[in-house]
Design a protein around this ligand. Structure first.
Ligand SMILES: Cc1cc2nc3c(=O)[nH]c(=O)nc-3n(C[C@H](O)[C@H](O)[C@H](O)COP(=O)(O)O)c2cc1C
Length: 313
């Protein structure tokens, strides 16, 4: 995407924010609420239980949001047996934005782009960003330290700085962004959009238990543990949810031979369903409620942050 196309995309939003897709938690209702409130909504293709359910969900999203931009996340990993059928649904519906996670390949990128989709890839280091750019993606999502889910471990300052040295295209910053000031800070650092995940775990429309929503409201950065014990890959988890499952967060043992397996099963399924993931930015989330209301607050905070900075200058 060139700068003009990026400006046009931003011009369609109320605030420069895209929702991060979240395994289990993101629903079609959440995507619809996010888009109606003026941000780019998103969800993983795997959240609807079957490819047929994904087909129905995308149909409903399209009917509700019209031509507002939304994204579907495809996991391009060998363990995802649904990739090909889900991809066919995504192509048939002409989903406008596809977020690729894990091992994406140039053929997949080309098939999506030939069909009119914008393809975004998330990365945790500059080297991955360069690979994504070589594959011809339209947008790079830089996942910094502290992000929810399969987190990064590089400071967002370093990551954005390194990528912006050579990448003039769409850059989205992910990790701990959950208030208006942080959205403005992401732009000041050189990102075009801020990517918000964990804050939406407290949304009414999210498929999260009441206890999970409350934990998002009650917890802050100190309550987040980074561990590879559950999925074989470093991810962030809420300490209280580990304790509630009878485990000691400070003495977790990583089972031998674990590798990422997005088809779930075993501890991996437990990791996202009962041991809950969230990023370090959740201290900013003070209430659980409709996503649209929270986005409204974010919009007000963002406007206030811009005024504050203008006054400070
Ligand atoms: C519970 C949870 C599940 C997630 N699942 C996915 C996923 O399935 N696919 C994906 O690309 N990113 C996933 N993410 C990452 C988010 O899309 C996003 O990058 C991240 O939440 C942003 O950081 P933040 O949580 O600090 O806002 C997940 C994050 C969380 C917290």
């Amino acid at each position: 995407m060139n700068r003009e196309e990026i400006a046009a995309l931003k011009g369609r939003l109320r605030i420069p924010v895209m929702a991060g897709p979240m395994f289990i938690a993101s629903t079609a209702d959440l995507v619809i609420a996010q888009c109606k409130a003026g941000i780019i909504g998103s969800m993983p293709a795997l959240n609807p239980r079957t490819t047929e359910a994904l087909d129905a969900d995308i149909g409903r999203i399209k009917a509700e949001v019209g031509d507002a931009p939304y994204a579907i996340n495809l996991v391009a990993h060998a363990s995802n047996s649904r990739l090909e059928p889900d991809l066919e649904v995504v192509l048939r519906h002409k989903v406008p934005i596809v977020v690729l996670a894990l091992a994406a390949n140039p053929d997949l990128v080309r098939r999506l782009q030939d069909n009119g989709a914008l393809v975004f890839q998330d990365v945790v280091r500059n080297r991955h960003a360069q690979k994504a750019a070589q594959m011809g993606v339209d947008g790079i999502i830089a996942v910094g330290a502290g992000a929810g889910g399969h987190t990064g471990n590089i400071s967002p300052f370093a990551l954005v700085q390194e990528i912006r040295e050579w990448w003039d295209g769409l850059l989205i910053l992910s990790g701990c962004i959950a208030n208006g000031r942080s959205v403005l800070a992401a732009e000041a650092m050189g990102a075009d959009l801020a990517y918000v995940g964990s804050a939406f775990l407290a949304s009414e429309e999210a498929n999260t238990q009441a206890g999970f929503k409350q934990m998002i409201v009650d917890c802050a950065a100190d309550d987040i543990l980074v561990s590879d014990s559950f999925t074989g890959v470093k991810a962030t988890f809420l300490r209280p949810s580990i304790v509630e499952n009878g485990l000691d967060p400070d003495n977790l043992v990583r089972a031998a031979g674990k590798a990422i397996n997005i088809d779930g099963g075993g501890d991996n399924a437990k990791a996202w369903k009962e041991i809950w993931s969230a990023g370090q930015g959740i201290g900013a989330v003070k209430v659980a409620g409709p996503a649209g209301e929270w986005i409204g607050t974010l919009v007000d905070e963002y406007a206030e942050a811009r005024r504050w900075l203008a006054d400070a200058g």
